[in-house]
Write a protein that binds this ligand. Sequence first.
Ligand code: HEM
Length: 406
Amino acid sequence: MAETAELPEFPMPRSGRCPFAPPPELLKLHDSEKPLRRVRIWDGTTPWLVTGHAAERELLADSRVSANLALDGYPHSTQATKAHAGTRTSSINSADGAEHLRWRRMLTNSFTRSRMVKLRPEIQQITDDLIDRMLAGPNPTELNEAFSLPLPSLMICALLGVPYEDHAFFQEHAGVINGLYRTPEQNAESGAILRRYIGELVQKKIDAPSEDVLSDLGQRITAGEMTLDEATSLGHILLVAGHDTSANMITLSTALLLQEPEQLTALRERSGDEKFVANAVEELLRYLTIPHMHARRAILDDIDFHGETIRAGEGVITSLPAANWDPVAFPEPERLLLDRRASHHITFGWGPHQCVGQQLARVELQVVFSTLFRRIPTLRLAAPLEELKFKADSQAFGIYELPVAW
Ligand code: HEM
């Protein structure tokens, strides 16, 4: 269809000149008068693309939008998620309404802000230990391996009750699951292996519980509140989402800050100012918006939306980077300003599916960015920026390897 062929292809590529910024073509599409238009995605379908901070929040909070991946029209980000959509059982990230609320209740007490704030000393200790080890050499080193991956992996392991010794195993399978261009078979195999691993752990915790989330889920199974399959699904999502996202944020933010000497100096000089650092983290989350595959939904009932009607059965992509770079919500969005008010960004999503682990990620990032440049003031890139391989092919944006020296 000629009309379809003329639609913008989505997602758009990032610019080589500023690899940290959202794709320039995506930002150019945004028009505050008309926050939605159709785009063409990899499978030839033409979902709506919504851009704009206010419009996106409006839609993501609407009960007529569904996260159910099995619905007609759902705009899949990869061949693998589309291939498995019909065979999936319910999960926290694809359930709606009362069913979704039930999933969220299973985790109500596990990831509260107050609980995460109490973890701060532990996160600080791990951060300092990892930096001590880095400083002991070799110099240069690769930041993901030495620092960014171990910190959130150690934390999510401790919280869930997963042995950290298994980190190479679960990190590898998470990489396959998050890869945009893995085949449906590769994706299914890694998913099945990780689920079996979590299922066996939950079963062990039923017999010998301790103070962790998998033990808590085990007790809920014993109490008849959930099934082993459901506990496995939750544990699997928490383990995968719980380490990869924060690790990408640490590496990417470090590389970005090293390009912004004035902002970096402010961060280093004010690293003892908790409020400044907390705000700086919100601005880094806004600027980088690592969930660059956006929030995707299917429409349950016709919605009149800014002069158009989005029909039941159609798909919608709400662009998280476009919301966070909307100049109405964030004036001069292309400037990284660590002291701007940025906490209304939607990097953790919006509406009922907002990120469960956001308070954990925030505390981790606050500790990291009050410590890293204070303890290693001479930290610098050990490779030209142009040689870095960015993760354009993964669910969360990041950098595969970041060589650093000091
Ligand atoms: C910088 C780090 C992180 C970012 C940027 C991030 C981003 C997101 C986003 C955008 C969503 C909503 C997706 C949607 O609406 O379709 C989400 C959901 C989710 N996140 Fe995170 N996340 C991060 C860290 C974490 C961590 C550390 C955990 C685990 C402890 C976690 C667990 C989850 C879970 C379980 C959901 C599904 C919630 C639901 O569907 O109700 N995330 N995350």
